[in-house]
Design a protein around this ligand. Structure first.
Ligand SMILES: C[S@@+](CC[C@H](N)C(=O)[O-])C[C@H]1O[C@@H](n2cnc3c(N)ncnc32)[C@H](O)[C@@H]1O
Length: 360
């Protein structure tokens, strides 16, 4: 256990497999959290690892990611106080669905791309049954766990390639990773207890959203700390290219095209933080909209655009800023974290006011 002093640290965050997830940096990030925080926002929450830390620290936690599959994890583990999936819920989820013909998206789009036909049909059937669960938090747990099961099964843990079935038919690969050939149902059943056991009530009304952060910020009040972990622009930040399947499964899109070998949905959501042409403007808006939030922590990486110095200069228009770094010794967690690259944290506090004495 990392921080024995807190009761909620007996709950364990289920290990994610998500590009740029910060679960391995939480003890380091925690060192820079200021005292007296009551409410914190995790603005680009991804796997929800930092939101989970905030919840464990007893803060009222507002969490957000513009992708809905990440929001489902937020509803399941951050907003949720006490709801779990039980045996009766599993009977509902695994039953043969009545409305099968309305649920064929995965079979018709992804058979022979990521799944054999039978597994794709299982996913459609399960998806049809999620809507039969009687509350949205139960549905969110089902989404969080089934989506995690898909990243466990598919080689490399993302969907930006077309090697899934090649690897799943290669005896050498299977020897190294049995999940490639395990039924998704079996993986789901193995993972569910980890999610159920991570549900706790920190006596706050935590909330999870899936909005563009620039739309959400004007609606939140009385926040003491903002954690910003934006996609690292120019450093492999294509979340919708990597995780499109999870968003498609959650949204069950009726109005998108599915393009390229990987059948990524199109049009995509607009981030504003992943393209060089928009990113500076988006940060300016982000910082202006966060004017009322005194403390900011901003995760970054020394291979992103804008570079560290330019970014520090931009931040220093709004806050007193200090740069903390942690060097990776082995490359884990995607291209942005190759060996020798640095995890950076901008620790931002309100500007000290300089009083100039005037003689009247
Ligand atoms: C570096 S990841 C965050 C990782 C996270 N801290 C974790 O521990 O898993 C960046 C996240 O920002 C989200 N994102 C990108 N643009 C966004 C926007 N405009 N508003 C909200 N979220 C956005 C992406 O979906 C992605 O999950």
């Amino acid at each position: 256990m990392l921080f024995e002093e807190y009761t909620y640290f007996t709950y364990q965050f289920p290990e994610p497999q998500y590009l740029g997830a910060k679960h391995t940096h939480l003890a380091w990030i925690k060192k820079f959290i200021p005292d007296n925080v009551k409410t914190a926002i995790d603005a680009f929450a991804g796997s929800q690892s930092v939101a989970f830390l905030f919840k464990q620290l007893g803060y009222k936690t507002i969490t957000n990611d513009f992708l809905n599959f990440n929001n489902q994890i937020g509803l399941a583990l951050i907003q949720n106080k006490d709801t779990k999936l039980n045996e009766d819920d599993l009977k509902i989820l695994f039953a043969s669905a009545n409305n099968k013909k309305d649920f064929e998206l995965i079979e018709s789009t992804f058979t022979n791309v990521f799944f054999e036909k039978e597994e794709a049909a299982f996913l459609d059937n399960f998806r049809a049954n999620i809507s039969l669960l009687d509350n949205p938090i139960k549905q969110a747990i089902a989404f969080a766990v089934i989506n995690r099961s898909m990243t466990r099964k598919i080689t490399m843990g993302h969907f930006g390639h077309t090697q899934a079935l090649v690897y799943a038919n290669d005896p050498e690969r299977i020897k190294r990773n049995r999940s490639l050939v395990r039924p998704i149902k079996e993986i789901f059943e193995e993972l569910l207890p980890k999610y159920n056991n991570a549900v706790f009530d920190n006596k706050q009304d935590n909330q999870s959203f899936h909005k563009n952060i620039l739309e959400l910020l004007p609606t939140v009040e009385n926040v003491d700390l903002a954690y910003f972990d934006p996609p690292y622009c120019d450093s492999h930040a294509d979340y919708q290219g990597f995780y499109h399947l999870l968003e498609t499964y959650t949204e069950y899109w009726k109005d998108k095209k599915f393009i390229n070998g990987i059948k990524r949905y199109e049009p995509q959501r607009i981030s504003g933080f992943d393209k060089k042409r928009d990113v500076i403007n988006s940060f300016v808006k982000l910082f202006e909209l966060s004017e009322e939030i005194p403390n900011w922590l901003i995760s970054y990486n020394n291979r992103s655009y804008p570079g560290i110095e330019e970014f520090e200069k931009l931040i220093s228009k709004y806050r007193d800023v200090r740069v903390e770094t942690k060097t990776y010794h082995n490359g884990r967690g995607g291209k942005g974290s190759v060996a020798g690259s640095q995890e950076v944290l901008f620790v931002c506090k309100p500007k000290k006011k300089h009083f100039v004495k005037t003689n009247h």
